[in-house]
Design a protein around this ligand. Structure first.
Ligand code: FPP
Length: 231
């Protein structure tokens, strides 16, 4: 069985560009172009959900030009990739506080989500203006509101109560987390959902991570003995 859900921290676009004497945005451009082959390979391998960490709530700290460039790039990506999404049966979704994104980006996302809503092969989830702590705070607020209006008894709260109020409530937890560029950290990404996921860290920068690298990560995943706390 292939992993049902793969999550990827697409790191190293900036370093990839710097190593070549290029502006950082060129690295992001190559990073965005790299989403297609990796997504195609997920479809080929029978993966059902692919979550990509594209913009964190902390990324607003980057220079304005880089942030604006990323939103423009996202718009281009959505327009360019729609035919591929339709061809392969890819359904686009997002997680994160997307209502805080520039209006144009929100509109393009809404259009693509609507156009691909009936696609069945793979759900491609873009984490945009996402952080796990913000997600958990949003979930806590919803739980408090439900309790306040009498729809929830605090004594009955279980992990499922929380899971049902996360942005990912409709999706299974990732089986496999891939992080490129060799960094050994989670960077506020899916802290709840990755509790029992297998981690695969590769030194390759995201623009250099290809189909064969995804296959290698899946081969490694199959070697892991997943015990979920049992023996
Ligand atoms: C990490 O590299 C990458 C990002 C913060 C942005 C990821 C965005 C893309 C791959 C392009 C847009 C995505 C889509 C889906 C259109 P970094 O800039 O942190 O690299 P560095 O650590 O080497 O500086």
């Amino acid at each position: 069985m292939p992993p049902q859900h793969i999550a990827i921290i697409m790191d190293g676009n900036g370093r990839w560009a710097k190593e070549r004497g290029l502006p950082r945005l060129k690295g992001h451009e190559r990073g965005a172009a790299n989403v297609r082959p990796v997504t195609e390979e997920c479809v080929a391998q029978g993966v059902k959900f692919l979550t990509l960490y594209a913009f964190s709530t902390e990324n607003w700290k980057r220079p304005g030009d880089e942030v604006n460039g990323l939103w423009i790039l996202l718009g281009h990506f959505l327009e360019l990739e729609l035919p591929t999404m339709m061809k392969y049966g890819i359904r686009l979704r997002t997680i994160g506080r997307t209502h805080e994104l520039p209006e144009e980006a929100q509109q393009k996302l809404a259009n693509t989500i609507a156009a691909t809503a009936e696609n069945k092969a793979l759900t491609l989830i873009l984490a945009l203006n996402y952080s796990s702590r913000t997600e958990l705070a949003d979930a806590a607020r919803r739980i408090a509101e439900d309790a306040k209006r009498g729809a929830l008894d605090p004594a009955t709260i279980t992990p499922d109560t929380i899971g049902a109020r996360l942005y990912t409530s409709e999706y299974p937890d990732p089986d496999l987390l891939i992080r490129t560029s060799g960094e050994m950290r989670l960077s506020n990404f899916m802290l709840w959902q990755l509790s029992y996921s297998e981690f695969y860290i590769t030194p390759k920068m995201w623009p250099d991570f290809g189909k064969e690298d995804l296959r290698a990560a899946i081969v490694e995943f199959h070697k892991r003995d997943r015990r979920f706390g049992g023996i």
